[in-house]
Design a protein around this ligand. Sequence first.
Ligand SMILES: NC(=O)c1ccc[n+]([C@@H]2O[C@H](COP(=O)([O-])OP(=O)(O)OC[C@H]3O[C@@H](n4cnc5c(N)ncnc54)[C@H](OP(=O)(O)O)[C@@H]3O)[C@@H](O)[C@H]2O)c1
Length: 335
Amino acid sequence: MLAETVKYLLGSAGPSGFGSTSTADDVTAAANHLGAITAIITGATSGIGFETARALAARGARLILPARNPDAAEEVKSRIAGGGQIIILPLDLGSFSSIRSFVSQFLALGFPLNILINNAGRFAYDQAESEDGIELTFAINFLGPFLLTKLLLEKMVVSARETGIEGRIVNVSSFCHRWFSGDPLGYLRLLAAGEVRYNAARAYGLSKLALVMHSKELARRLEKMGVNVTVNSVDPGITRTRLNRDREGLLLDMTFFLASKFVKNIHQAAATTCYVAVHQAVAGASGKYYADCNESAAAKSAASGEAAAQLWIEAEAMIADADLDGSESDPAGKQ
Ligand SMILES: NC(=O)c1ccc[n+]([C@@H]2O[C@H](COP(=O)([O-])OP(=O)(O)OC[C@H]3O[C@@H](n4cnc5c(N)ncnc54)[C@H](OP(=O)(O)O)[C@@H]3O)[C@@H](O)[C@H]2O)c1
């Protein structure tokens, strides 16, 4: 642990040749093939998602940027200088109907889909429910991306086959997935019944743990399908963004000041996502967890394949109303 911390602080390169101080531009420097790539990046209106979008656009990728506030996204688009096309579409990950509508609009454009980066997320101090009646942090951080990925999967499989380019799904998790252990859905049921009190850190950790477990289960299904699409989860590291927007102020400023040695700048925080999304060294890797641009170990609580498979089944049950039974749009559902 001490050795890991020292390595982090020094920014020493790991086996990949990159480390905690590598930037999004460093890891994409050799990615000359992005002119042929179409990528969806959620949560690009701010923070890590914006920097991820900027770095991939700089290499010529065509970007689809879903946003719940399309006007804000248009402003963001004007700040991303790059050769590739950028298209903004409305999406609220806390709403199943919005997700379905986004997918229809994207598919109607007729583009391939090579990269899906599930980056959008929230950390909230107050308990809330989505319009579908689901705890909102879980809905936005896990269940929304789960549904989005399922609905886009066939497009990714076909795109990989037709373009010969490996499809990659990157789920932006967090080291905070270690904050939760136990039965995720059991906890949510207790929360809904008012039998446990909402705890922001636990709710956030739970959603990020679910994302790591989901990546493992989806990787297993993709391998069984024999398709050229991979999925991995990443920890970007700590960085100052709008994630703590509920509690902006002096206390947060001081916390970040005191922790400044451990805090990455935004260029460093987007590096692991970009590395896993486009670097050649990651080709074929699936179901893995990355931090500081290197493969890393996720929490033991994310290790059980049985629990990950069960989570998948329960997530499907939670979105049963979302009309997911169409076999055309749900290729992984039967694996
Ligand atoms: N910052 C860190 O230290 C840190 C550490 C570990 C992991 N992460 C993860 O990194 C990812 C990016 O976070 P960040 O730090 O860059 O935070 P951020 O600056 O708050 O960005 C979050 C993004 O997610 C979008 N978003 C939130 N709720 C949404 C919804 N319902 N539908 C669609 N988009 C929504 C936001 O859009 P709006 O502009 O509309 O709000 C924004 O673009 C998150 O998954 C976060 O959990 C961050």
